[in-house]
Design a protein around this ligand. Structure first.
Ligand SMILES: [Zn+2]
Length: 55
């Protein structure tokens, strides 16, 4: 099943970042890296899993 995480779902409504993958580990890794680089914030796997949706 393909999952999606977007910054909009995380509350960053002015950021167009979005990732889709069947691999949850990959999504978590990408999102954490993006959050640190672009939003200067760290995010937990729990939080990412909460905003992850099936597509
Ligand atoms: Zn973002």
């Amino acid at each position: 099943m393909v999952k999606e995480v977007s910054c909009i779902n995380a509350g960053f409504e002015d950021c167009a970042f979005l990732i889709r993958s069947e691999n949850e580990d990959e999504i978590v890794e990408f999102v954490r890296r993006h959050a640190e680089r672009v939003h200067d914030t760290s995010t937990s796997r729990d939080h990412i899993e909460k905003i992850m949706v099936d597509v």
